[in-house]
Write a protein that binds this ligand. Structure first.
Ligand code: ADP
Length: 612
């Protein structure tokens, strides 16, 4: 027989190396990962049996065999199995997006073990306890089996196996155990007592029997069908790990049951950390779909709206066909109904967290807020519920605020929710646009997530209070005085001249919004903001240049001086340069980019040298 020696893919090799040096302290979990994989394979086999008459799916089970003499531990399943190509692709490489990024962070970080936990390394975790692993597998219905072996050093061997005794349908993983080293939490995994303990702790809910020496080690109870009071936190935690492939603990457990014409049960989890691939299109998001306890589909994104794609868990629907496909799922009326109900329930649970466990809520919103806010973009019916659970940075303090709290703090006379968008808190907070609001004691929300730029275009109000961008249109602070008529008259000529001289602005006018700064730039009431302009351009959209309005503070000495100078020597070319500097300063103050920084610097240097 031909034995081939192949190399693991580069990223897989790095991950393996981390495992061999076993940086993760809890080594017991390798068995959880093997049992979990076996259970997934049995789910697939059961499903294949339902769809293909010729394929039997009886007596599905997992068997564990420990050999103290040989120091081996074997986990065997009669599940779906793998072909040669499957083995190379699934075991020899890591297809998951973001692996390279995670490895880079691992190298830089000292808390690497924790990061590994976030990623979940699955099968490879076996190399924490093994110095060699032999995997024998045969895909259901295939002529030839496969023998795969590796000691985790970067290469593996693979060869075909004919004998059905040696490689029956399904998969067996034989772990050649490293010497026990209890100081390093490397226990004796050939010990039946230890195996029993691990299976009970981590894999009790697995819906197929896990057998050892004739005993069934697990209770096989579907967690979602059991009343909450009967299930321990630890059981929920382990189940979460099984469905999510995340090794950290969930933040919250959400259980629901719908009775009547369309029955279903759901057990959902809010993760405590955003996965590294939250924004990647090909990432594995979504819930597991079961029909009457039979696993049907993984990663069903149809069961929740996209803005809740980080939620993990199981939906078990009683009245769906076992043959349901993804395509049908997308259109099924009942599924759409479930999706709406689950979304409502998840958002309501977050609202509960806000009052019951503020810390957890803060964690949740910090990790997932930007994703949840995507739900504000599509006109979905979750709008109100999302704004109810949202919180935002604000000028009122370091802690984020909810809209309800913001509105409750609004002083007499304020009737709008004011906000400003931008790249960072510091930039927004120090922007000249903020001055009048500071002076008046009006709180402003500081919106610095990318998605904020977009949803503020779509959402006009919350609970009857209008949103208002402080960088758009004229300031409309109630009871604010407009620049006086005399002032306006006196400035008319210089404003008209500035407007003509500065190509990049649409208009020049006086304002009361500034107290300390000479000038600022504002968008038209319905004009594009600079951030939006940037975003559209990044998406490759052609846009005519977007011009904004230059607003001047007549109280500022520089503005007064420009006016006097213009009145006295209108044709002076230096005056046009001063106008440019005034405009450039306004742009810099809001964190914008100058079109010609070198020219600006030269003009400024020239001016400064004259003042010395
Ligand atoms: P994960 O389970 O998170 O996908 P693993 O590294 O544990 O990652 O496994 C990689 C893939 O190998 C699995 O997704 C599965 O397709 C395949 N696999 C692993 N173990 C088995 C098994 N016992 N039977 C069939 N396929 C398996």
């Amino acid at each position: 027989m031909t034995t081939e020696t192949l190399e693991f893919q580069a990223e897989a090799r790095q991950l393996l190396e981390l495992m061999v040096h076993s940086i993760y302290s809890n080594k017991d979990i390798f068995l959880r990962e093997l049992v979990s994989n076996a259970s997934d394979a049995l789910d697939k086999r059961r499903l294949a049996g339902l769809q293909d008459e010729g394929l039997s799916a009886d007596d599905l089970h997992i068997e564990i065999e420990a050999d103290k003499e040989a120091r081996t531990l074997t986990v065997r399943d009669n599940g779906i199995g793998m072909s040669r190509d499957d083995v190379v692709e699934l075991i020899g490489t890591i297809a998951r997006s973001g692996t390279a990024e995670m490895l880079r962070r691992l190298k830089e970080s000292k808390e690497s073990a924790e990061l590994i936990g976030q990623f979940g390394v699955g099968f490879y975790s076996v190399f924490m306890v093994a110095d060699k692993v032999t995997l024998l597998t045969r895909k259901a219905g295939e002529e030839t089996g496969v023998r795969w072996e590796s000691d985790g050093d970067g290469t593996y061997t693979i060869e075909p196996v004919q004998s059905v005794e040696e490689a029956p349908e399904g998969t067996s993983v034989c772990v050649h155990l490293r010497p026990t080293d209890e100081d390093d939490a490397l226990y004796d995994y050939a010990d039946e007592g230890k195996i029993r303990e691990i299976v009970k702790r981590y894999s009790d809910f697995i819906s197929f029997p896990v057998l050892m020496a004739g005993d069934t080690l697990n209770s096989m109870k579907a967690l979602w069908a059991r009343p909450r009071s009967e299930v321990s936190e630890e059981e929920y935690r382990e189940f979460y790990r099984h469905v999510s492939h995340d090794w950290t603990d969930p933040l919250d457990v959400i259980q629901m049951r719908a009775e009547g014409t369309f029955e279903y049960e759901a057990l959902l989890f809010l993760p405590s950390r955003a996965p590294h691939d939250l924004y990647q299109r090909d990432a594995r998001h979504g819930l597991q779909l079961y029909v009457k306890r039979v696993f049907i589909l993984d990663d069903s994104r149809e069961l929740l709206p996209d803005h809740l794609r980080f939620v993990k868990g199981v939906v078990d629907a009683a009245d769906l066909s076992l043959n349901i496909s993804r395509e049908i799922l997308q259109q099924d009326r009942h599924i759409q109904l479930i999706r709406r109900r689950l979304a409502k329930k998840v958002l309501a649970s977050v609202k509960d967290l806000m009052t019951k466990d503020a810390e957890k809520y803060r964690t949740f919103w910090g990790e997932f807020g930007p994703v949840v806010k995507e739900g504000l973009l599509d006109g979905s019916e979750d709008h109100k519920a999302i704004l109810d659970i949202a919180s935002f940075a604000s000028t009122a303090g370091e802690e984020p605020t909810t809209l309800a709290d913001y509105v409750a703090r609004m002083p007499e006379g304020q009737d709008k929710i004011y906000f400003m968008t931008g790249d960072s808190r510091a930039q927004v907070e120090n922007s000249p646009h903020m001055e009048a609001f500071k002076a008046k004691g009006y709180e402003v929300l500081l919106l610095t997530d990318r998605v904020d730029e977009i949803w503020v275009e779509a959402v006009r109000e919350h609970a009857g209070t209008e949103f208002k961008a402080i960088t758009r249109g004229a300031v409309d602070l109630p009871s604010d005085e407009e620049p006086s008529v005399e002032e306006a008259g006196a400035y008319a000529a210089v404003l008209a001249w500035l407007n003509e001289t500065l190509d990049d602005v649409k208009d020049v006018r006086l304002t009361t919004r500034l107290t300390n700064s000479p000038a600022c730039l504002v968008s038209d009431t319905d004009g594009l903001t600079p951030a939006l302009e940037k975003m559209y351009k990044a998406m490759g959209q052609e846009l005519p240049p977007v011009k904004r309005i230059l607003e001047l503070n007549p109280q500022h000495p520089l503005v007064g001086a420009v006016k006097t100078a213009y009145d006295q020597r209108a044709g002076d070319p230096e005056l046009a340069e001063t106008a440019e500097l005034l405009y450039g300063t306004a742009l810099l103050a809001e964190g914008g980019d100058l079109a010609d920084p070198a020219r600006f610097a030269a003009l400024l240097a020239d001016r400064l040298s004259k003042t010395l």
